[in-house]
Design a protein around this ligand. Structure first.
Ligand code: APR
Length: 190
């Protein structure tokens, strides 16, 4: 499904983020930038050892809510933007703020590097336990908020692993059509 907000297309895609040919793909990393499971494991497995080698050179790692970039190794993307969402602790530990900041930091970094397309997984909703619905609302608010301003980004892709998450994003974006004056539906098909 495709939407348009100002100059940028927002696309929903169900599948594996390592197969997406966006200029930047976002990794759901941890603060130590040590390879883990989920999206992180898949990115290092498919992208090859060059990504972890570069992660190890980054002093201070990547604090929660921030982002760093590396080569994409053998992935079809040009760059991997590693960002760290919060671990869900019940919702009163600034999780929403930190999750929004993880999305924003990745968008700013992509712009800084002149990248025009970026693909996000559903940050924090796997091993970090953030409830999918709340996380979807935060992700869309952060990205749509960012796209109100001048940007070099021409495409933002939300890559959802499950049909359930895809449907969640679809429903939420359709609801936003009513309240977000600059958002419009481009195409219904996936
Ligand atoms: N492509 C797209 N989405 C995926 C993929 C994939 N290949 N693999 C998993 N997902 C989905 C999950 O279903 C989940 O909805 O991505 C979402 C995020 O899950 P995680 O990868 O577990 O990320 P997160 O919850 O942010 O936890 C990060 O997990 O492995 C570690 O090193 C990582 O410590 C960090 C933590």
């Amino acid at each position: 499904m495709k939407f348009q907000l100002n100059q940028t297309t927002i696309r929903l895609h169900q599948g594996d983020i390592t197969q997406v040919a966006a200029e930047a793909i976002v990794n759901a990393a941890n603060s130590a930038l040590a390879s883990g499971g989920g999206v992180d494991g898949a990115i290092h497995r498919v992208g090859g050892p060059a990504i972890l080698a570069e992660c190890r050179q980054i002093k201070g790692g990547c604090p929660t809510g921030s982002a760093v970039s590396t080569t994409a190794g053998r992935l079809p993307a040009q760059r991997v933007i590693h960002t760290v969402g919060p671990v869900w602790q019940g919702g009163r530990k600034q999780e929403a703020k930190l999750l929004g900041s993880a999305y924003s930091a990745a968008l700013f970094l992509a712009e800084e590097e002149g990248l025009t397309s970026i693909a996000f997984p559903a940050l924090s909703t796997g091993a970090y336990g953030y409830p999918a619905e709340e996380a979807c609302a935060v992700a869309l608010a952060a990205v749509l908020g960012h796209l109100q301003w001048e940007t070099v980004l021409r495409e933002v892709i939300f890559v959802l692993f499950s049909g359930r998450d895809y449907a969640l994003y679809q429903t939420h974006l359709q609801q936003l059509l009513a309240t977000e004056p600059n958002l419009r539906l481009l195409a219904n098909e996936a």
